[in-house]
Design a protein. Structure first.
Length: 409
């Protein structure tokens, strides 16, 4: 059944507005309900088709904004405060996870790309869960956040280079990302120097009462600039969007107000459209065969194992065994990045439609299972202490450009 463009726009806009309220009532992540709403509308049940190209376009824009905000979520100041031995330890945790994920992929009879899929986590689920139970500033919480950050960052880069290798092999085009990285480095240096010399102007960019919304305009300009650069050098635009968000995160450490404004645009409308669109493309019949049901169950078991087993290494950093296992359970949460990986895998033929749908179902299961069990095992500890380790602004309002946090007064 083909639905008129005006009615389809009204239907999806109403869903984007109402589903968060329903999710709070049911105590479920809004993203899960958005995917399920898309499942009801799409191939699995009602089989509605929306006329026009507005939904795919807005869903793609929401997808890019989602990855831009994923880059902004990375706390580079926290990473810089870690000792070298701590970073090496967390890299070890990631590479053990990666090795187990590759072993799991071959046990499933799949290749290298499925190992990359199983290596993902969801920083966007991990950080809010830790804040809710009051653990995000404790040593355990910091270790989990660093592990999730490295998993998101390194997995996305690994997927990008694997796609390049698949397309071109080991020839000169494998160096395609170089202009993107050079542009990132130049803009990063220029941005830090500008913030250093103009701290008051930088603070106005992040001010909540900026009537011209210059911070939002700058953010969207960076998003489209890096997406365009990615397209020009033959890379997935998701990498450019992620790097644009990471650039803002490095330059502006006090970016909470700007993140809230972008969330209003993204999570308020565009990102829900992406997840509704994902649900509409999901076909439940693809995973109802005995073979695919078994595959999905095996995938779920292995997806939990490749995160929980490496978490045992946290014992060596002073975290009790029980809490180390709980950390692995939370890190097994997957959502946005695994769906991005599944979309890329389908596009390049690394997986078929059935396996893509199994991965989407895995994302729904783990994003419910991981945070819910973690919160059940850890009661909220109350108000979190203020963040430590950050310098106060001097009387001149300036600090070293490599450490400046624009927006502090």
């Amino acid at each position: 059944m083909v639905l008129d463009q005006a009615w389809s726009l009204l239907l999806v806009a109403a869903a984007a507005a109402l589903l968060p309220g329903v999710s709070r009532t049911l105590r479920l992540p809004a993203i899960v309900l958005e995917i399920l709403f898309g499942v009801i509308l799409g191939k699995s049940l009602l089989n509605l088709e929306f006329s026009g190209q507005w939904l795919p376009f807005l869903a793609e824009l929401g997808f890019l904004l989602l990855m831009f905000q994923a880059g902004m979520e990375i706390d580079f100041a926290m990473l810089r405060r870690q000792r070298r031995s701590q970073l090496l330890f967390h890299l070890l945790v990631f590479f053990v996870t990666f090795a187990l994920a590759m072993a799991a992929a071959f046990l499933l009879g799949r290749g290298f790309f499925m190992g990359l899929v199983l290596s993902t986590t969801s920083l966007g689920l991990v950080v809010p869960t830790l804040k809710e139970v009051g653990f995000s500033r404790q040593p355990m919480g910091q270790s989990i956040i660093i592990a999730a950050t490295l998993a998101d960052f390194l997995t996305l880069f690994a997927i990008t280079f694997y796609v390049l290798w698949h397309r071109y092999g080991l020839d000169w085009r494998f160096l395609g990302p170089l202009p993107l990285f050079v542009g990132f480095a130049l803009l990063l240096r220029a941005g830090r120097l500008w913030v250093w010399w103009h701290p008051n102007k930088a603070a106005r960019l992040l001010a909540p009462q900026d009537t011209q919304e210059l911070g939002v305009r700058l953010s969207l300009a960076l998003l489209f600039l890096f997406v365009a650069l990615s397209e020009l050098v033959g890379l997935e635009p998701v990498l450019g969007a992620f790097m644009g968000g990471a650039l803002l995160s490095i330059i502006f450490l006090e970016k909470v107000n700007l993140e809230n404004k972008l969330s209003g645009i993204g999570y308020g409308f565009l990102i829900p459209l992406f997840f509704i669109h994902v649900g509409m493309q999901f076909d439940l019949r693809n995973i109802l065969s005995p073979e695919l049901i078994l595959f999905t169950l095996e995938l779920l078991g292995l997806a939990l194992a490749v995160k929980i087993l490496p978490s045992l290494l946290f014992v060596f950093s002073g975290i009790p065994l029980k809490r180390a296992l709980d950390a692995g359970l939370l890190l097994s949460s997957r959502l946005s990045l695994i769906i991005v990986a599944a979309t890329i895998g389908l596009e390049y033929g690394f997986i078929n439609e059935q396996y893509k749908d199994a991965i989407v179902l895995l994302a729904v299961f783990t994003c419910l299972l991981g945070p819910s069990l973690f919160k059940l095992l850890h009661r909220p500890t109350g108000q979190e202490p203020a963040a430590g380790g950050e310098e106060k602004r001097t009387a001149t309002g300036r600090r070293d450009p490599d450490r400046i946090a624009a927006g502090k007064q």
